[in-house]
Design a protein around this ligand. Structure first.
Ligand SMILES: Nc1nc2c(ncn2[C@@H]2O[C@H](COP(=O)(O)OP(=O)(O)OP(=O)(O)O)[C@@H](O)[C@H]2O)c(=O)[nH]1
Length: 672
């Protein structure tokens, strides 16, 4: 008997799962509050009931009040989609229609509050908004959670989903189903949520909603009649989306009469008020002044403030079963409001609710201040930023060349870049980030080492700690199951790119007449840095890519050092597969040669495995006299040029007597 996630890790999609004799995939009708909806469920042979019982057991109380809302008139839903398919734009329209924000032309991605989100046009952090919507003469409370689309932030999606009973699955009418559409669909599907497919951007000239409908039917087994076709930009059919949310998504099963339990699905840090935890109330009620306990730490707190998000905080006196809101209770660190934790009343202790998979760092890198004198300021900035992003892991570290710093763990490279950008923009910090590495493992051979580490298997997140081959039984590398969707014209090129990255094909499937979905098992190391860039450029931007964790596999790994004028630079060292050592060593030396500017003396750049040099490049000596073009004695012009040169140097870090640009550490790994 195989579990669904195991089937997926073998690269099987719904149409294949349906052929498995032990598993029955069926459409069921669900009746709730007088409305009937259908949804796809997987019925395992050993499962008694394929779905939760969505029939509402809500309090009979019908009093209509802003805060004490009858559960049967609450809908908790998320918007999920591939990146840029229009989640935030649709959220803007929903906020406008329901009057949460005034309708103005300047409403663009209102829920994307961070500067980095606005500059990059991406959602990084899930946001929540409670909307009041009139339907059939009744007022409904719709709790909307906008989520990010990029693979690095899929953790935010799974958290949001845990607070919902349904999702709007947005698909671009021109691009059709993309890799993250598939990944997000499965997150919602496995959580047995009602999925409402919404085809967006029907106003585009090249929109082909009929083709996308067929794809949705073929890949997700959702009848095409269930798709809603909209233009979030122009507002076309957006009111139909709200109607269908009320009609198809069941209310939460929460009961007001039960003891209070709430799930923390997000938390942020406010410098003045401490931790703000976003919660969904699974049962009972909580009021200002109540004493609550966090199940994870067992600590108790007094509720100072609570309320709903519209999307700004609106304090209320009480939050009731089924509602989504925020709570401030004197917690000083985000760790105290752990995501997935349960809150209950001190006077009514309760069991912890099932949490959800914790975020797992996929990429680790060293972070150092550009100037060691900025260490304390940077430490405080890193602490503050990690307070708001609990998916970043932090360990203190130090290096001979770069001094004191940290080893940080991120969900992916974009997450790392966003963190770096936020440090620079929000805290004015200037940092060096070293070459990212994935978490390798080693099975230790010597009993002495096992005793030292307290375990036979160690995780290596810093190449500097890579144990020698003679000390280990084997090395293990992290693997991921990648999904690629692209027009079939590019299949050949994509297959050779994947082969080049040591990937093994698991599956291939036509999602319509011209687009193919491929599943490959990749070593994480091969996709983390530049795979997506290469895939995009070779497919003229048409291919999309997403991956999920697929455990560890044994691999012949080695550590490769890089030397500048004979001195190994620890921060440039990488762990790499033996097969790739020569080609990578040569290519990285060439890239280092291109990124390190010529200096007043010759610099030898070498790649070494153990004591063996496997590649070498030379950076010729050069003296840049910036004043050479200044004839005569215009002192102000000379000063200006010298200042400009000094500013350029500030972007460099001196290693020994060599100035290395801060970007060199990451750029050397980029193969594009
Ligand atoms: N023509 C057209 N453009 C749209 C429509 N909806 C969204 N867009 C545009 O598509 C781009 C992406 O929209 P977003 O709402 O930021 O997409 P998103 O899915 O939230 O993106 P991420 O949060 O980064 O995953 C923006 O330039 C929008 O203006 C639509 O209905 N029609």
């Amino acid at each position: 008997m195989m579990h669904l996630s195991l089937l997926r890790s073998h690269g099987l999609f719904l149409p294949f799962i349906k052929r498995c004799p032990d598993i029955k995939v069926c459409r069921i009708k669900r009746r709730s509050q007088g409305c009937v909806s259908t949804c796809t469920v997987i019925r395992h042979r050993w499962m008694k009931s394929p779905v939760r019982d969505f029939s509402s057991n809500a309090s009979e109380k019908e009093s209509f009040d802003m805060s004490e809302f009858p559960v049967e008139r609450i809908r908790n839903f998320s918007i999920i989609a591939h990146i840029d398919h229009g989640k935030s734009t649709l959220a803007d329209r929903l906020l406008e229609i329901t009057g949460a924000i005034a309708k103005t032309a300047s409403n663009k991605q209102v829920l994307d509050k961070l500067q980095v989100e606005r500059e990059r046009g991406i959602t990084v952090k899930a946001q929540t908004a409670s909307l009041f919507y009139q339907h059939d003469g009744q007022t409904y409370l719709l709790n909307l959670i906008d989520t990010p689309g990029h693979v690095d932030f899929s953790y935010e999606v799974s958290r949001s989903i845990s607070a919902c009973q349904g999702v709007l699955l947005i698909v671009d009418a021109n691009q059709g189903i993309q890799a993250q559409t598939v990944a997000n669909f499965y997150l919602a599907f496995e959580a047995q949520l009602t999925i409402i497919p919404v085809i967006n951007k029907i106003d585009l000239k090249n929109a082909d909603p009929e083709r996308v409908e067929k794809q949705i039917e073929k890949v997700f087994d959702i009848p095409r009649e269930e798709c809603i076709k909209i233009s979030a930009k122009l507002g076309t059919n957006v009111d139909q989306v709200l109607r269908e949310v009320v009609r198809r998504i069941p209310p939460p099963t929460a009961r007001v009469d039960d003891p209070f339990t709430a799930l923390v699905f997000d938390s942020t840090f406010d410098h003045y008020r401490g931790v703000v935890a976003n919660i969904v109330v699974f049962g009972g009620r909580v009021s200002r002044g109540d004493r609550i306990v966090s199940a994870h730490l067992g600590k108790s707190y007094e509720v100072n403030e609570l309320g709903v998000l519209r999307p700004d905080q609106h304090p209320t006196q009480t939050l009731y079963a089924g509602q989504v809101g925020y709570i401030i209770s004197g917690m000083k660190e985000v760790k105290e409001a752990q995501i997935g934790d349960t809150l209950y009343l001190q006077k009514q202790p309760m069991e912890a609710l099932p949490g959800f998979k914790p975020a797992k760092a996929m990429v680790f890198a060293g972070m150092y201040p550009m100037d060691q004198s900025d260490y304390t300021a940077l430490r405080s900035a890193v602490e503050k930023l990690t307070l708001n992003d609990s998916s970043v892991t932090v360990q203190r570290d130090s290096s001979l060349a770069l001094g004191a710093g940290w080893r940080l763990g991120f969900l992916g490279l974009l997450h790392m870049e966003v963190f770096n950008q936020r440090l620079e923009q929000e805290y004015n910090a200037s940092v060096i980030i070293t070459a990212p590495t994935v978490p390798y493992k080693a099975v230790l051979a010597s009993a002495k080492l096992i005793k030292e580490h307290g375990d036979e298997v160690i995780t290596i997140i810093n190449p500097a700690h890579f144990p020698e081959r003679s000390l280990v039984v084997k090395y293990l590398e992290p693997m991921v199951l990648g999904t690629i969707i692209a027009p079939d014209d590019f299949t050949g090129k994509i297959m050779s790119l994947c082969q080049n990255r040591r990937a093994v094909q698991k599956n291939m499937f036509y999602i319509d007449d011209h687009r193919v979905m491929m599943k490959y098992l990749f070593p994480l190391n091969e996709v983390v840095v530049d795979f997506y860039d290469q895939l995009k450029s070779m497919s003229s931007g048409y291919a999309s890519f997403d991956y999920e964790d697929a455990g560890y596999e044994a691999a012949e790994l080695i550590k490769m050092d890089f030397l500048l004028n004979g001195q190994p630079v620890e921060e440039l060292a990488i762990i790499i597969h033996k097969e790739k050592a020569y080609s990578a060593g040569k290519a990285i030396c060439e890239r280092l040669k291109d990124s390190i500017p010529r200096q007043m003396f010759e610099i030898a750049v070498q790649a070494a495995v153990g004591s063996k040099i496997i590649a070498r490049e030379t950076i010729k000596a050069y003296r840049k006299n910036v004043l050479a073009k200044c004839y005569g004695g215009d002192i102000t012009r000379k000063m200006k040029l010298l200042k400009k040169q000094a500013e350029g140097k500030k972007k460099m870090r001196r290693i020994g007597n060599i100035d290395v640009p801060k970007d060199a550490f990451i750029n050397v790994l980029k193969r594009t």
